[in-house]
Design a protein around this ligand. Structure first.
Ligand code: NAD
Length: 298
């Protein structure tokens, strides 16, 4: 069944995601304030709209893929999306945003007579291009059922995590595990080196032992053991360090708000914030191994 979708935010992720909706036969009206982003999406079959509200007014589903919660809330509210859309429009926010902002976006959409789902993603730009993203959704059963065919056209796995904000909660908890485990794996490689143990030997043991994890076996932070990992291409992303810093910041905010003692999560957030502001600004998050090595040598 063809659905008319307004796709707002056609950046690194949104551009290829919108293109995959077009490929799946949906009618996609797109908007992004950056002309190059809009033109690239138009090249992939997205119909450029004059504004976000113009796109939303025509759509059955409004999908947002924006940098942060403030853009989502601004677009819903003062940006006029909720007012412009037809009653009962399904608002699906795929951006990674604060759980509290996500719940506020749900309330605003429902309060204006619409339906809402949060559906952040994991899988990065390659996953967006290949339509192999994992979607983590939060919202009601009916909203999830309505959005699922669209999400399935852009991803490989779609998980309904619970009510409003549950998708965002799953995303930041997962990425807190990932950030902490990447630091742990990186510290282990630097320590192994100082003990005279080769990267290969540590990899062969830990990848088949209880140290096994995705940060080691897929995104290995040292060159060699996993030829496809960013370490083999001078840490070109992959998953850029500033995005990891952002997600760990969201997890840290949520932990503070809830009074949860995420000691390692807070430490990882601080380490990634420092890395992302410096050498890591345009590097994969696994490049943090280099700053650990640099600090160790000093
Ligand atoms: P991006 O900066 O490339 O894209 C965001 C786009 O939103 C930009 O093109 C920007 O011009 C547009 N935008 C801003 N305000 C707008 C408005 N009012 N109306 C319409 N468009 C507007 O960012 P991205 O890498 O595509 O990430 C988007 C979201 O996905 C973020 O929340 C990010 O955390 C999340 N995410 C990114 C990755 C990744 O690997 N890049 C992976 C998972 C999740």
């Amino acid at each position: 069944m063809t659905t008319t979708v307004a796709f707002l935010g056609l950046g690194h992720m949104g551009g290829p995601m919108a293109a995959n909706l077009v490929k799946a036969g949906h009618s996609v009206l797109g908007y992004d304030p950056v002309p190059e982003a809009l033109a690239a999406a138009a090249g992939a079959g997205v119909e450029p709209a004059a504004s976000a509200t113009a796109a939303a007014a025509e759509a059955e589903v409004v999908l947002t893929m924006l940098p942060a919660g403030r853009q989502v809330l601004a677009l819903y509210g003062e940006g006029g999306l909720l007012a412009a859309a037809r009653p009962g429009t399904l608002f699906v926010d795929c951006s990674t945003i604060d759980v509290a902002d996500s719940r506020a976006a749900h309330r605003a959409a429902v309060g204006a007579g619409h339906r809402a789902l949060d559906a952040p993603v994991s899988g990065g730009v390659t996953g967006a291009e290949a339509a192999t993203l994992t979607f983590m959704a939060g919202g009601g059963e009916a909203e999830f059922a309505a959005a699922e065919p669209l999400l399935a056209a852009m991803g490989r796995k779609v998980v309904h995590c619970g009510g409003a904000g549950a998708g965002q909660a799953a995303k930041i908890c997962n990425n807190m595990i990932l950030g902490i485990s990447m630091i742990a794996v990186s510290e282990a490689f630097v320590l192994a080196d100082s003990l005279g143990l080769s990267d290969r030997a540590l990899f062969d043991v830990a990848s088949a032992a209880s140290g096994q994890c995705w940060a080691l076996t897929v995104n290995c932070p040292v060159p060699g053991p996993v030829p496809g990992s960013p370490a083999n291409r001078d840490y070109r992303p992959g998953f850029a360090a500033p995005l990891m810093a952002k997600d760990l910041g969201l997890a840290a905010d949520a932990a503070r708000a809830g009074g949860v003692d995420t000691e390692l999560g807070l430490r990882a957030a601080a380490l990634y914030a420092a890395y992302a502001e410096g050498e890591g600004a345009d590097r994969d998050f696994s490049g943090i191994v280099r700053s650990i090595r640099a600090r160790s040598a000093a």
